[in-house]
Every structure is written in structure tokens, then in C-alpha cells.
Design a protein around this ligand. Structure first.
Ligand SMILES: Cc1ncc(COP(=O)(O)O)c(C=O)c1O
Length: 433
């Protein structure tokens, strides 16, 4: 007789993620044009640069052995030094960062998970941009944490809305449960907006002002900072935290170099260094050491910088192709709108009011029939606070070839027509190509 498997509460909280089903559908049909996954461009992945750095790393016996050994919980020191040096070079106002405030993780997702595990108890609250990075919403629900959405505009999280949400939490007697504010300040996933410096300062000031019961941290997920195609860079969220006690920054080489290497990092306020290290010590006592040495070799040999120079125009061209396709296939519809992202991998599309882009809304199945997959906007909204805009969706331009981007958008336009929820006759462009 087999006994029942009793799953943990966390496993139960983790179950039923809509995104897994979506990805399974994409994989089941190889002809589908997926504008859904946030993967990077396959053709420009840095094979030659990796080969060269790898050869260099393995050329010297003792260096190679050191890389093949376990590393430390905090991560490879020269790599952490390089990350701090890079931040200092970019941001004149970069605060003093001690090396032990920098921790290397297996992708920035691991850092997000470790920090959340360190700070949050079941029932605690994290205020999130609405919409926001859906994987992090999953991390929070996995921990039994409540994510509360805060409205965004063209500059990211709206300070007044943030303030108001905090007021509401305080009025309910729940300020002690609010532990963090999570946002993606550069080329946000999903909506592509970048938060200007003044707004960054305002958000951090609000977090400090409301940190009366306990510290409310701002988790600034800076995953896309390197994927900038135009406009001036904006200084990291770290630079507006003068006391250095509020902002946690996460970064990654996944998007700018290779997600297969999965090297990410975090910069932590001093008070969090030890508790986060303890979590990591119990978790894996150090992320894959070899990948960290390899990443360091790529940085010191200038191979990372050269790769970045090479891929920016590749993504810019893809972004432009997607925007052109949107103009061609949706441009005549006043009630279909999108923003031009200055970087990153995503375009956020708003369809006419009344259209639901979700799996049961008609459009989603029609799009699959037409051969295109997107991510419904509702998946990016926290389940509390700012309500989901059901007529939104995310398109990713990282993976598909230029001509496929146009085909995918044309298919989406046909799906909108097929789902018979919109007067398609208003469109003037030829949908047949
Ligand atoms: C906003 C954001 N943060 C973090 C990540 C995770 O990247 P990684 O764990 O590969 O570093 C992603 C990946 O899509 C992302 O979009």
C-alpha cells in the first residue's frame, strides 16, 4: 500500500502557476511564433567569447583547479570587485560599497529568493509595481506573502499611489507587515518603462518615511540596465539611498551575456549581509564557482564589453521591427496603444477596453489558432491592490527573427479580428503578409 504524499505548505502555495501551462503550449507546437518568453537572442549568444575565456581560464593549471573547486558563500572576490568597479565607473554618486555587501548568486532570481526568504514571513506584505515581473510574484506567493499592486505610469511606480497604499496599510494596522517595495527601474519587465532619477529618489524617500515600525526595503531589480538602445543612462537606485540602509539592488549577466551561465548578484545594506549569507549558507554555500571564474575572465579580457556592444544593435533592430509591425497591423486603431521602450526586451500592448487577453478570454485561443503566443497582462498583476488591466499583454522581441516578429504581430491582429470582439474594418493595412 502506498501512503499519501503530504506536501509542505510552501509546495501548495507554489502550485498552479499559469506560466508553466503557457510554456508547455509553446513547446507542444514548434510552429507557434512565441512572443511570450523573455529569452535572449539565440543567434548572438557569445560562443567565441566564451571559448576564448574558457581557454584562457584552463590554460593555467592552478587557476583552473581553483575554479573547479567549491567557492565561498559570498562568491568569487575578483568578480565582486569588478561589479563594484563597474558601478563606480558608471555612477559618479555611487555610495561606498564594502566588498562583503556584494553577493554572487545563481542568477538574480536566486538573490530575489534569498532576500525574500530572509525578510518575509507568511502574511507579510510586499508592495509591487502593477504590473511587475511575474516570476517574483510567484516567489512571494511561494512564501505565503501578500503582494499588493501599486499603480504605475510612464515613469514607473507612482509616488502618490505608493504613499496612499502605505496609508491604507497603516489604517488597517498592517504597517508592521510591510517589509519591501519591489520594482524594476530599468526597461521594466513587462511594461518597458524606466524610472527617472527624481522618481527613484521620491520612492526611496517614501520607503524611509514609512519605515517607522521596521525598515521597509526597496528591492530594485536592475536586470536590464545593460540592454539600453537609446537615451541617457540613469544612475542606479543605490545612489539615492544616502544612508545605505534601504535599497537592495539585484543585477545579472543573464540578459547581457548568457542566461546559461546564470551569474547574478546583489548589493545589500550592511544589516542584511549576514542574514542573507546565512540563508545562502544553508541553501548552497556558494553559487557555481566555475561560472563565476569564467565570468570574471570574460570581464577582464574585455570580452563581455565587446559582446554588449555587439548585441545592443541586434536588439535595437528587433525592437524596431516589432514596433514597425505594430504600426503596420494595429496603427490604424486608436484604441490599441503601446509604449516605445528605450531598452530591455518587452513591449506592453494595450488593446481596446472590454477585451480580455487571458486564457479564457477568446483572444488567447484565437491567437494560438493563428500561430502566435503572448503573455496575458493579467499574469503580471499582484492579486491585491491595483486591479489587473485585462486588456493588456506583453510581447517579447528577444527571441524571434526579424521576419517572424512581423508574422507574429500580423497573426495577433488576425486573432483580434477572429475573436470577433473588435471592428477590424477600421484597419487599413494589408494583413495577409
Ligand atoms: C525583471 C527580471 N528580474 C530578474 C530576472 C532573472 O534573471 P536571472 O535569474 O537569469 O538573473 C528576469 C528574467 O527574466 C527578469 O525579467
Amino acid at each position: 500500500m502506498t501512503s499519501p504524499v503530504r506536501l509542505s505548505q510552501r509546495a501548495l502555495w507554489a502550485a498552479g502557476q499559469p506560466i508553466s501551462d503557457l510554456m508547455a503550449r509553446a513547446l507542444a507546437d514548434p510552429t507557434l511564433i512565441s512572443l511570450a518568453a523573455g529569452f535572449v537572442d539565440q543567434q548572438s549568444l557569445p560562443v567565441a567569447a566564451t571559448r576564448e575565456a574558457l581557454a584562457g581560464l584552463c590554460a593555467e593549471e592552478s587557476a583552473a583547479r581553483a575554479a573547479l573547486q567549491y567557492g565561498t558563500t559570498l562568491g568569487y572576490r575578483p568578480l565582486r570587485e569588478a561589479i563594484v568597479a563597474d558601478l563606480r565607473a558608471r555612477d559618479a554618486d555611487c555610495p561606498d560599497i564594502a566588498l562583503d555587501q556584494v553577493i554572487i548568486t545563481a542568477g538574480s532570481n536566486q538573490l530575489l529568493h534569498l532576500v525574500s526568504d530572509t525578510l518575509l514571513n507568511p502574511g507579510d506584505i510586499v508592495l509591487c509595481a502593477a504590473p511587475t515581473y511575474l516570476v517574483y510574484l510567484g516567489t512571494l506567493s511561494n512564501l505565503g506573502v501578500r503582494s499588493v499592486g501599486v499603480a504605475v505610469d510612464q515613469d514607473g511606480v507612482v509616488p502618490e499611489a505608493l504613499h496612499e497604499t502605505l496609508q491604507q496599510c497603516a489604517a488597517r494596522g498592517e504597517l508592521s507587515r510591510v517589509k519591501a517595495i519591489y520594482l524594476v527601474p530599468y526597461f521594466d519587465n513587462p511594461c518597458g518603462v524606466t524610472m527617472p532619477l527624481a522618481r527613484r529618489r521620491e520612492v526611496v524617500e517614501i520607503a524611509k518615511r514609512w519605515s517607522t515600525v521596521q525598515q521597509i526595503h526597496v528591492i530594485a531589480d536592475e536586470a536590464y540596465r545593460d540592454l539600453r538602445y537609446e537615451a541617457a543612462d540613469v544612475a542606479s537606485m543605490l545612489t539615492v539611498d544616502e544612508d545605505g540602509d534601504t535599497v537592495i539592488v539585484t543585477g545579472t549577466f543573464s540578459k547581457s551575456f548568457s542566461p546559461g551561465l546564470r551569474v547574478g548578484w546583489g548589493i545589500l545594506p550592511r544589516a542584511l549581509v549576514e542574514p542573507v549569507c546565512s540563508q545562502k549558507g544553508n541553501n548552497d554555500f556558494g553559487s557555481p564557482n566555475f561560472n563565476q571564474h569564467l565570468m570574471q575572465a570574460l570581464l577582464t579580457r574585455g570580452l563581455f564589453a565587446a559582446h554588449l556592444e555587439r548585441i545592443r544593435p541586434v536588439y535595437r533592430e528587433k525592437r524596431d521591427a516589432l514596433l514597425r509591425a505594430l504600426e503596420t497591423h494595429f496603427g490604424a486603431l486608436d484604441d490599441v496603444q503601446w509604449r516605445v521602450p528605450a531598452g530591455g526586451l518587452y513591449v506592453w500592448l494595450q488593446l481596446p477596453p472590454g477585451i480580455s487577453t487571458g486564457p479564457s478570454g477568446g483572444l488567447f485561443d484565437a491567437a494560438l489558432q493563428e500561430g502566435v503566443l503572448y503573455v496575458p497582462g493579467e499574469f503580471f498583476y499582484p492579486n491585491l491592490g491595483e486591479p489587473a488591466c485585462e486588456n493588456t499583454l506583453r510581447l517579447s522581441f528577444g527571441v524571434q527573427a526579424l521576419n517572424q516578429l512581423d508574422r507574429g504581430v500580423a497573426a495577433l491582429a488576425r486573432a483580434l479580428h477572429d475573436s470577433a470582439v473588435h471592428d477590424y474594418s477600421a484597419m487599413t493595412s494589408d494583413q495577409s503578409n
